[in-house]
Design a protein around this ligand. Structure first.
Ligand code: ZN
Length: 233
C-alpha cells in the first residue's frame, strides 16, 4: 500500500539498511503478498477470514508533529478513494450531504480534508506533499471519518479516533479495529476487483445521518472526557 518508506522512519523495529551479520526478520507484505488475502482470480479476492488486523506502529517526532498544528482539534474527512475499480467499490456517494448536515452541528466548523488539486474541496483543505505529511496532520486531529484504507489503518496505529465506513468489498471483522467506530451493515464481502453494483449499493445504503450521528456521539464522548479530565485537575 505504501511506496513511501518514510512511513517507517524512527520505528525502532524497522531496519532499512541491515548491516552484515545483523539479525533481521524480513516481512513481506505488499501487493500480491497480503496476509488477509487467501487467494483470488482476475475477478475477485478471497479473503482470509482468520486474519484480524492489529494496529500498526507509526513514530512521529515532536518537531514533525509541530508541523501539523493547523490540524489541531479538527475533524478530518476523506471523501475520495483511489481511481482503481476496486477502490471505487468503497466510494461513499453521500459526502456532500454529510457535510451539509454536519455544518448545522457543533462539528461543522471543525471539518477539514486533504487538498487534492484535481478534486473538489467540500470543506477546508489541508495541503500535504507526501503520505508522511498527511500522517503528521492526521496525528493532530481529534477524529477521522473515512472509508477503509490507508487512513483508517494509520489512525489505528496512532490511536486517533476514527469512524470507518465499510461496504461490500471487505469488512471490519478482517481489516477493522476495535477502537474505531465501524459502520457496516453486515453486508457479504464479495472481494470484487471490478466495478461491483453490490458494493456500490452497500455504500449507498450507509446514510449521511448515520455517519453524522456516529461522529457526534464520538465528539460528545470526547468533550465529556475533556471536561472530566479538567475537573480532575
Ligand atoms: Zn461487491
Amino acid at each position: 500500500m505504501f511506496y513511501e518508506p518514510d512511513v517507517f522512519d524512527n520505528n525502532p523495529r524497522i531496519c532499512k539498511t541491515p548491516k552484515a551479520g545483523e539479525k533481521v526478520v524480513r516481512i513481506e507484505n505488499g501487493p500480491g503478498k497480503r496476509p488477509y488475502i487467501a487467494g483470488g482470480d482476475s475477478k475477485r479476492w478471497y479473503w482470509n477470514t482468520d486474519f484480524k488486523a492489529e494496529p500498526g506502529e507509526i513514530y512521529l517526532l515532536p518537531h514533525e508533529l509541530a508541523g501539523g498544528e493547523q490540524s489541531k482539534g479538527k475533524i478530518l474527512i476523506e471523501p475520495y478513494v483511489k481511481d482503481t475499480s476496486y477502490s471505487q467499490n468503497k466510494e461513499w456517494p453521500h459526502w456532500k450531504e454529510f457535510v451539509r448536515l454536519a455544518k448545522k452541528t457543533e462539528i461543522g466548523d471543525k471539518l477539514i480534508q486533504f487538498d487534492y488539486e484535481s478534486k473538489e474541496k467540500l470543506v477546508q483543505g489541508v495541503k500535504t506533499k507526501k503520505f508522511r505529511s498527511a500522517l503528521i496532520n492526521l496525528a493532530n486531529v481529534d477524529m477521522v471519518i473515512t472509508v477503509d484504507g490507508a487512513l483508517h489503518h494509520a489512525a489505528a496505529a496512532m490511536n486517533i479516533p476514527c469512524v470507518t465506513l465499510w461496504g461490500g468489498l471487505i469488512n471490519p471483522l478482517i481489516l477493522g479495529y476495535e477502537n474505531q467506530v465501524n459502520i457496516w451493515h453486515d453486508v457479504e464481502s464479495c472481494g470484487s476487483k471490478g466495478k461491483c453494483s453490490h458494493c456500490h449499493e452497500a455504500m449507498r445504503n450507509i446514510t449521511p445521518e448515520e455517519v453524522l450521528n456516529a461522529a457526534l456521539a464520538l465528539r460528545r464522548a470526547q468533550v465529556d472526557q475533556a471536561t472530566q479530565n479538567a475537573l480532575n485537575g
